[in-house]
Design a protein around this ligand. Structure first.
Ligand code: AMP
Ligand code: MG
Length: 420
């Protein structure tokens, strides 16, 4: 089988992963999840026309002629508060004092702000009238009883959650999160609680993958480290096949001790590809298994052992798959266009993911390398604000050329407000 391109590999993965159903969660726990059903309003809000300001409810025709030279005077005959129904109808020459959110009385069509009036006893003077209909929020402006206010597939942000609260949705139907297991493989790996051994390599991948899952809202299970022998791998990979998604890092190349693929084969996995034309991340296996009587299957990602490669592959392949399983419609990290700060050689047939800084200048974003780009150099990954994507067919990109950069998390905040 020849190498898959990045987009072929993404399409293949998305075709093979399915959602894992629907569950009901408490309102506060629904943040970041995806609505599994349409939600309709169970009331009108506002429930009637209400004042948007503290002011006076008046009939526009009564004050239309007001000017600073000849103000209009009206008698204040009522005082209406929020939550109280007015009983009086306002007649010609009259006004009612009204509070923000209070229902408007009969006989008026406009509210004038307190600040635009002068009060003397129970008479107000109006120097300049507002527009007809000003400062009134109409019935149902926010929610219309019986109308769909949120549709299935909506991601629950704080704003969406506020609407769910208004329709008193104490429990929210959301798409279930997939269960995810993470396994690192390699005789050379040292676990977090092992004593430091200079001859070993601390396990970064399990924790990086855990954090990447968590940043998507998924609490993954760590299955620890498997040794590079078939028995240990078989036991731990079999454990991983109890989950919806298994992320196994290391041992997927063609080395003498790379047993992940043959052991998964023995466990009945159906491989869809095991190499992608990209750098970092060339050895990347993807397959699915049928979980028999428990229903569904496991999507298995055999990720490269090199820490940066593992993280890049997560962002390109695992993240979109998890987001699809979670019911999201937007699967991929946002991309922007940026100018290249320095020349870049292409990847000779492989798509390159270069870790970059982004600086914003007059003409837009400028992308520059975060440093040594080796697939084991975590610092360039830790500093990265984005991945610059160099297409497989590119030969040489010159400084100043426009490139595509995928934004990583952390790009949603900045140090200054900068509204100018
Ligand atoms: P492999 O794909 O198993 O040949 O591993 C490639 C490189 O990545 C080797 O140098 C490994 O030591 C390193 N590596 C593999 N797994 C991990 C891990 N969990 N944490 C840190 N480095 C790893
Ligand atoms: Mg290995």
């Amino acid at each position: 089988m020849s190498d898959f391109s990045v987009s072929q590999a993404q399409a293949c993965i998305l075709q093979h992963v399915k959602g894992s159903g629907v569950e009901s969660v408490a309102l506060h726990d629904s943040l970041g999840r995806v609505l599994a059903e349409d939600v309709s309003a169970n009331r009108n809000h506002p429930p009637y026309d209400v004042s948007a300001m503290d002011g006076y409810a008046v009939s526009f025709s009564d004050m239309a002629s007001a000017t600073p030279a000849s103000p209009v005077q009206l008698h204040v005959v009522d005082d209406i508060r929020a939550g109280q129904m007015p009983v009086l109808s306002i007649e010609q020459g009259q006004a009612a004092r009204i509070m923000t959110g209070a229902p408007t009385p009969q006989g008026i069509d406009t509210v004038i702000r307190v600040e635009d009036t002068a009060l003397d006893g129970d008479v107000i003077s109006i120097l300049t009238p507002p527009k007809q209909g000003a400062n009134i929020r109409p019935l149902g402006e926010n929610l219309r009883n019986g109308h769909v206010v949120l549709t299935q597939g909506t991601m629950i942000t704080p704003g969406v959650l506020a609407i769910l609260a208004m329709v008193k949705q104490k429990q929210v139907p959301v798409f279930a999160n997939p269960t995810v297991a993470i396994l690192s493989t390699g005789d050379e790996l040292e676990a977090m609680d092992d004593p430091i051994d200079e001859n070993k390599i601390p396990n970064a991948n399990s924790h990086a993958l855990y954090a990447q899952c968590k940043s998507l809202g998924i609490e993954a299970t760590l299955l620890g480290i498997a040794k590079d022998n078939r028995d240990d791998l078989r036991a731990k990979l079999a454990e991983g096949l109890k989950y919806d998604v298994l992320l196994a890092s290391g041992g997927v190349s063609v080395g003498h001790h790379d047993f992940v693929r043959p052991v998964l084969d023995e466990l009945g996995m159906n491989f869809h590809f095991w190499r992608v034309a990209m750098r970092p991340g060339h050895p990347l296996a993807f397959g699915t298994t049928d979980r028999g009587e428990t229903g569904g299957g496991t999507a298995v990602f055999g990720l490269p052992g090199n820490p940066v490669a593992s993280m890049v592959c997560f962002e390109q392949f695992v993240g979109p798959a998890l987001r699809q399983m979670m019911g999201h419609e937007k699967l991929f990290r946002r991309t922007i266009k940026a100018r290249l700060q320095h020349d870049m050689k292409g990847g000779a047939g492989r798509t390159l993911f270069i870790r970059v800084f982004l600086s914003r200048e007059e003409q837009g974003y400028v992308a520059s390398s975060t440093g040594a780009q080796g697939s084991g150099v975590l610092m360039s990954m830790a500093l990265a604000e984005g991945f610059m994507v160099i297409p497989a067919e590119a030969e040489l990109l010159k400084a100043g050329e426009i490139v595509t950069v995928q934004l990583l998390q952390g790009m949603d905040f900045q140090a200054e407000t900068d509204f100018s």
